[in-house]
Design a protein around this ligand. Structure first.
Ligand code: NI
Length: 399
């Protein structure tokens, strides 16, 4: 048996109403310095440069994913029966900790360090940190079991499905949360209906009842719209791109910036250094670089601080060449003042492409179909025109 808290702790949350905690180990993880660190990492990278209220953090998202998983393992009868007590606690912990290895500015800096956040997440859980000790004190072996769910090496695939699949608690929370904090309405879908119609079906794992298909369609549409309206907004890409260029300049000039040294060292970073890498540290460092002797570093740092971002336009060979020529004539170093960025997105990837990870529907007659064969909307989305966007980014010439 796992130790409970003396009373159920509730944390108010604008998306879920309340986050409920009654397990001692969950409460201890929330109060650890590693989890509190997530308050200093924003959820959405550069999107707050577009949507000014999108300042919410990985801390609130992680609590939200935990709450959805907690509801799945307690309120969805099939899941409750399919998992042991220990598996339920493990998957709730994995939900809580799934993003604990995120560094500042999310994916923008993953491209600088070359290390994905999942690597740091598992290191933080297993490398004898405060988190490791909390988990092992609760039950020996729990740290590895939690990391196994996150890195998809867990013996029970249903546990991984709950936090990482095409219909998982991670996506459900971030769509709802990001829609709320950006003020866009596109990310809203009927979480209650999805939870009510979720089932477990032998080899397929999670499956949705036919009567839940409309709710899943809405969820997939939400994902489609949020990507284009929020996550791939060109202004956010411009901001993140300039951060990337600043790091390129730092590397190539060997400039001393002790606060950012960990990021420059990339994958070799020890966890004590990683702990200090948050958005407060970075913005402090950028502010110091705004006084740099190097003109390019100074200019890029000021652009980040004061939101003097690059302009953008659709990329094609002729436009790219014309703008590059103009920039060169105006004296800009193209290595630091021009970049091309391509984004693409599939709101749903069908079984024919990803066999291990599809959304299945249980029809009224008991047969099982993949969602794109049970829904006209999902079918149209995956058979429609290609979903990609190529843009170039550059400073306003003469600006
Ligand atoms: Ni997440």
């Amino acid at each position: 048996m796992f130790e409970r808290t003396p009373e159920v702790k509730v944390l108010r949350d604008p998306v879920h109403g309340y986050i409920h905690v009654d397990l001692r180990v969950v409460w201890d993880v929330i109060n650890s310095s590693w989890f509190q660190r997530l308050r200093r990492i924003r959820q959405l990278g550069g999107a707050y440069m577009v949507y000014h209220c999108a300042e919410h953090t990985r801390f609130s998202h992680s609590l939200g994913v935990y709450e959805i998983v907690r509801r799945m393992v307690t309120e969805v009868e099939d899941i409750r029966e399919a998992l042991s007590e220990r598996e339920k606690v493990t998957v709730m912990l994995a939900a809580l900790l799934h993003d604990c290895g995120h560094g500042p500015y999310s994916h923008a800096l993953e491209s600088v360090t070359g290390v994905s956040h999942e690597v740091f997440t598992c290191r933080i859980i297993e490398e004898d940190t405060e988190i490791t000790r909390i988990l092992e004190r609760c039950a020996p072996g729990l740290a590895k079991e939690t990391a196994d769910v996150i890195r998809h090496t867990c013996k029970n695939p249903l546990m991984t499905q709950l936090i990482s699949s095409q219909l998982d608690a991670d996506r459900m929370d971030y769509l709802l949360r990001d829609a709320y904090f950006t003020g866009t309405k596109y990310g809203v879908f009927d979480l209650e209906r999805i939870l009510r119609t979720l089932r477990v079906n032998g080899d397929k794992g999670l499956i949705i009842k036919k009567s839940g298909v409309f709710a899943v369609e809405y969820y997939i549409m939400a994902r489609y719209h949020m990507y284009w309206q929020v996550y791939y907004h060109p202004v956010a890409r411009s901001y993140e791109g300039i951060i990337h260029l600043l790091f390129r300049r730092l590397k190539e000039t060997n400039a001393e910036q002790p606060l950012l040294k960990g990021i420059m060292d990339g994958g070799n970073m020890d966890l004590d250094t990683f702990f200090r890498m948050d958005e407060y540290t970075c913005s402090c460092a950028f502010d110091m670089l705004a006084d740099s002797d190097d003109g390019i570093l100074r200019d890029l740092a000021l652009r980040i601080r004061d939101r003097k971002l690059f302009k953008y336009t659709d990329s094609d060979p002729e436009t790219d060449q014309r703008i590059r020529t103009q920039l060169a004539q105006a004296g800009y170093d193209l290595k630091y003042y021009w970049f091309r960025d391509t984004v693409a997105q599939n709101p749903y990837t069908p079984y024919t492409v990803r066999k291990d990870n599809a959304i299945w529907v249980r029809m009224e007659d008991g047969s099982v179909r993949e969602i794109s064969e049970a829904s006209n909307i999902v079918y149209s989305l995956i058979h429609g025109p290609a979903n990609d966007d190529h843009k170039i980014f550059f400073p306003e010439i003469g600006g």
